[in-house]
Design a protein around this ligand. Structure first.
Ligand code: G2I
Length: 450
């Protein structure tokens, strides 16, 4: 008699966890990814990355395939690296940096001095202590990553929104005065002279009072020899804060001061053609400014965006390429495969299969077939198994079987609920076979995806 299904499945799960699943590796031709297309234009194309998603194969697969620069989304911030005074924790950030190094990706360090995600011990310090804590923080963090960071956001979001053009109230501005920015940049230069040092902010993407204030600061720094190499334009856009019509002109006026400019946290809420056009315009603006060295989107997939409900990124929640992806790639001069259809442009759909014989008894056995999507999402899959007569399949779960006329070739299609898989995601089906005196293992055919 077959094992009861529940027991069989539990047993199967244990064995499968130990078995090796082989995935197809996707080697992209030149310029059919964001990173390679940007490289063709002498730029990088990056994304914010969260260490806790790196273990998700579709996340890491999309990251590694498409991007050639990363910015840790939270892991290098003050609260993550120095939660208690002079005790530094780099584990999560190190994970991102070593992943990036393994993939030859540039790393932007984000961020050293910022009023947000600042531990309360910092806000509680008096001026003298705060100055030394700030310089120590910059020194220790930059020292740890010395030689591994392309550019640091040394100071982030120091200016107020609105028309004042004043510094934002923060422990740094309030206790150290406006000189804290210069001091931070000077300290940073002394620690890692090879890292580019950036000022980074939002709502500075067009010409306005806030960007004018930053512009005046950069101009002043350049005229006095205060070390600054770049300005980051976060570029978080939505209908209330759209891509400004003078976006390119604004990038250009900063570049003309003698600094590099970078799009550092790009996301644009919306969908379809409107979102695609906005992405295209942003990419083209960067390409039109010689000193715009690269773009970074603020996340790989809408699923994990800090404003997920606005679906502001290039890949949807299933890692499908959105029209915005196609538009960004086209603007970079890349040759896409015609995505923008939910990310499953026919030719990209692939899957691999593996088989495990998970339990055996006198006159029967259980088999488990794991189906894994390749580097693109799939909508359906089909697998064949050829059994040695007179074996017969007695029952099958999580799939839809049919047999050829001989009764020994079984074709299994997805069940109604497990045909759609994100890139790199897996599902499995199982069956119980009657041996009928033949103990051989069935031959597993190729996987076909749609
Ligand atoms: O707010 C968007 C960005 C604006 N510019 C500076 C960026 O550093 C900032 O990034 C966001 C991250 O995307 C969020 O992930 O910064 C937020 C915090 O200011 C991050 O959110 C925080 C949540 O507030 C925390 O509750 C959470 O523990 O993310 C943390 C880690 O998941």
């Amino acid at each position: 008699m077959p094992m009861p299904r529940r027991a069989a499945q539990a047993f199967t799960a244990v064995l499968l966890a130990a078995s090796t699943v082989t995935a197809l590796s996707h080697t992209a031709a030149a310029a059919d990814t964001l990173g390679s297309a940007a490289a063709g234009k002498g730029r990088y194309f990056g994304t914010a990355v969260a260490a806790n998603h790196l273990g998700e194969s579709a996340y890491a697969g999309t990251l590694d395939r498409e991007f050639n620069q990363v910015t840790p989304e939270n892991e290098m911030k003050w609260d993550a690296t120095e939660g208690s005074r002079n005790t530094f924790t780099f584990g999560n950030a190190d994970q991102i940096v070593s992943h990036a190094q393994g993939q030859n990706m540039k790393v932007r360090g984000h961020t050293l001095v910022w009023h947000s995600q600042l531990p309360s011990w910092v806000s509680g310090l008096g001026a003298t202590d705060l100055r030394s804590a700030m310089n120590n923080h910059i020194t220790q963090v930059m020292q740890h990553y010395k030689g591994k960071i392309y550019a640091w956001d040394v100071v982030n979001e120091a200016y107020q929104d609105g028309s004042s053009g004043a510094l934002r109230s923060s422990p740094f501005a309030d206790k150290l005065g406006s000189g804290f920015i210069e001091e931070a940049f000077r300290t940073a230069r002394s620690v890692d002279p090879n890292a580019k040092l950036c000022y980074n902010d939002y709502n500075t993407d067009g010409v306005n009072a806030k960007s004018n204030a930053v512009y005046a600061m950069v101009k002043d720094f350049k005229s006095r020899g205060v070390p600054i190499d770049c300005v980051g334009f976060q570029s978080h856009f939505n209908p209330a804060s759209p891509v400004p019509s003078d976006y390119q002109a604004n990038l250009q006026r900063f570049a003309d001061l003698g600094v590099d400019v970078q799009i550092t946290e790009l996301d644009i809420e919306g969908s379809g053609t409107a979102q695609a056009n906005n992405y295209s315009n942003v990419v083209k603006a960067c390409l039109a400014v010689t000193r715009c060295t690269g773009l970074t989107v603020w996340g790989v997939t809408d699923k994990y965006s800090w404003r997920s409900s606005g679906t502001p990124l290039l890949f949807d929640s299933n890692y499908g390429k959105k029209p915005a992806y196609d538009a960004a790639l086209a603007a970079l001069g890349g040759s896409g495969t015609g995505g923008g259809d939910g990310g499953n442009p026919g030719g990209n759909a692939t899957c691999t299969v593996s088989f495990a014989r998970t339990s055996d008894w006198n006159d029967g056995y259980n088999g488990e077939v794991t189906v894994k999507a390749g580097s693109a999402p799939i909508n359906g899959w089909t697998v064949t198994l050829t059994f040695a007569p007179p074996q017969k399949v007695a029952s099958l779960w999580n799939g839809t079987p049919s047999w050829d006329s001989s009764g020994s070739v079984m074709t299994v299609r997805a069940a109604s609920y497990n045909g759609s898989l994100a890139a790199g995601a897996s599902t499995s089906f199982g069956f119980t076979a009657a041996k009928n005196g033949n103990n051989s293992t069935p031959t597993l055919g190729a996987c076909t995806a749609s």
